[in-house]
Ligand binder design. Structure first.
Ligand code: ADP
Ligand code: ADP
Length: 227
């Protein structure tokens, strides 16, 4: 489904060149929950931004279902971001004046499926919070709403940037469990970026980056379930 082949990305800062990614290659299958793991500055966000069509590789090939995303026009790239990709952020990015259900409904409406909002909120275990506003929810609950919102768009690729970064470890593991189950119960590939190795245990695949290079790729056929 996704193939990164010798992807490199460099940034020019003044007369200095920063090589954020160097010949990075990996594959991600449909329904797979992949964690990109590495310390700060290892290139995780750069990889996620390229996957999401927000940034373009300097060289190499990024294929999505056989299409070379790095060769698309800006208009086609914007279609890719809108139709194929969903995003989950560290700080939730919910609309404060809308309830949990309305926040999810915003994404469902995009695809003409307003009625889908409630089941998506249910799928993250938050039906009982549907009429609460973000300020009335805990961090873990806000992240669950933001995952439901992203899933309601029915993305083929769900990209999560440190989704547990603002949560305690127990709440974070619950979020990871929800992401893994989402990948297993839909056609969505879930890719999550984190610097926290504790969260990698539930992934189907762990891609470790170090200094912009792939250090290891581990496959985990039977990830430990939390419950
Ligand atoms: P991580 O997400 O693992 O912390 P990043 O992908 O953000 O790593 O960064 C990798 C390297 O690329 C770092 O050295 C960072 O400073 C550099 N970098 C990232 N984005 C930019 C940018 N927009 N301009 C210049 N350098 C950047
Ligand atoms: P978590 O472990 O998920 O971070 P918290 O300990 O923060 O949960 O919250 C526990 C419960 O209290 C949650 O169900 C949450 O919805 C509720 N809660 C937290 N803050 C508020 C608030 N400001 N108003 C109403 N309910 C709240």
């Amino acid at each position: 489904m996704i193939s990164f082949k010798n992807i490199s990305k460099s940034y020019q800062i003044g007369d200095q060149e920063v090589n954020a990614l160097k010949n990075v290659s990996f594959e991600i299958e449909q329904g797979e929950f992949t964690v990109i793991l590495g310390p700060s500055g290892s290139g995780k966000s750069t990889a996620l931004n390229i996957l999401g069509g927000i940034d373009k590789a300097t060289s190499g090939t990024f294929l999505f279902d056989g299409v070379a995303i790095n060769a698309l026009s800006d208009a086609k790239l914007s279609d890719y971001r809108r139709d194929i990709v969903g995003f989950v952020f560290q700080f939730y990015n919910l609309i404060p004046s809308l309830t949990a259900l309305e926040n999810v409904g915003i994404a469902a409406q995009l695809t003409g499926n307003q009625a889908l909002a409630a089941p998506f909120l249910e799928s993250v275990g938050l039906s009982h919070r549907k009429n609460n506003f973000p300020a009335q929810l805990s961090g873990g609950e806000m992240q669950r709403v933001s995952i439901a919102r992203a899933l309601a768009k029915k993305p083929k690729l769900l990209l999560c940037d440190e989704p547990t970064g603002a949560l305690d470890s127990v709440t974070g593991l619950k979020i990871i469990d929800i992401l893994r189950k989402a990948s297993e119960s839909s056609d969505t590939a879930v890719v999550m970026v984190t610097h926290n190795a504790e969260f990698a245990q539930l992934a189907h695949k762990v891609i470790r980056l170090h200094d912009g290079e792939v250090a290891t790729i581990e496959k985990n056929s039977g990830p430990a379930a939390l419950s």
